[in-house]
Design a protein around this ligand. Structure first.
Ligand SMILES: Nc1ncnc2c1ncn2[C@@H]1O[C@H](COP(=O)(O)OP(=O)(O)OP(=O)(O)O)[C@@H](O)[C@H]1O
Length: 248
């Protein structure tokens, strides 16, 4: 469906759609512009289903939409690394979440790799510290994102160096007083299953090649240990010398 130029009103705010920039299991995401302010936005549109669609499926999509929206709204004032929700609406057959827009961090990684360049080390640390803090803030209040990966971090701000987490569709709250680590594998079904199968077959830690920053190499080695119980928590990562050295 051609979307360019199509207009959409969400709770009285007019938007002009530009193009489809992403999709998930139950949603499409469009780049758009708030016509009254000119601000670039991303609009996630979730079709609940209608007509011949099975009622149970419609209900489950509606519930997933509300679960994600509730969590996003709850986190807005608590965690600066969560995508900012600018507007939303839920209608009979469709739900909308209007967010700030940016590029996915995965695109930056792929583009940098293809161009043969490397991210500058201070920038790597800046991105890493935001990712760790984003997850630490979530864990501190008992929320598990469950699908942390470069495509779920969006780069915003004037120079694109501020990160925000998206896609809280399968995130969940841990029951209070849980201290042991989760035993189930979470994450995106389908495209990640090969990776999960690969990790399941690993019997040794992955070898990280020598790197000019030994602390970065050390932190990566710890995070990629094949035994999840030996991987550091977000709290431990906050205290790792890779982040703390140079701050004193
Ligand atoms: N705020 C945003 N700015 C730019 N792109 C975005 C934004 N939100 C989502 N996207 C794009 O749309 C894609 C799908 O969004 P999202 O992951 O939230 O949808 P989903 O239906 O929950 O997906 P999944 O089925 O993978 O969980 C993202 O991978 C990203 O490429």
């Amino acid at each position: 469906m051609a979307v360019r130029g199509k207009r959409l009103h969400i709770r009285g705010v007019p938007y002009k759609l530009e193009s489809k920039i992403g999709y998930g299991l139950h949603s499409n995401v469009y780049s758009a512009r708030d016509i009254s302010t000119g601000r670039p936005v991303a609009i996630k549109i979730v079709e609940f289903g209608h007509g011949a669609a099975i009622k149970a499926r419609t209900e489950s999509r509606r519930q997933t939409f509300w679960k994600e929206l509730d969590l996003l709204l709850h986190l807005q004032p608590l965690n600066p690394y969560i995508i900012r929700v600018l507007n939303w609406d839920s209608r009979e057959t469709v739900g909308f979440i209007v967010m700030e827009r940016g590029n996915t961090f995965r695109d930056t990684l792929v583009e940098t790799h293809l161009s043969g360049e490397k991210l500058q080390l201070p920038l790597v640390k800046q991105f890493w510290s935001q990712m760790v803090e984003a997850i630490y803030f979530l864990h501190r209040i008992g929320i598990v994102h469950a699908d942390v990966k470069p495509e779920n971090f969006i780069q915003v701000g004037p120079d694109g160096t501020s990160l925000r987490l998206i896609d809280m569709g399968i995130s969940f709250r841990l029951p209070p007083f849980i201290t042991s680590r989760l035993k189930t594998a979470a994450g995106t079904p389908g495209d990640n299953s090969n990776k999960i199968a690969f990790l399941g077959k690993l019997r040794n830690d992955i070898r990280i090649p020598p790197h000019p920053d030994p602390l970065l190499r050390s932190v990566l080695r710890k995070c990629l240990r094949f035994n999840p119980r030996r991987r550091p928590t977000a709290e431990k990562l906050m205290k790792h010398p890779y982040l703390t050295s140079g701050l004193h």
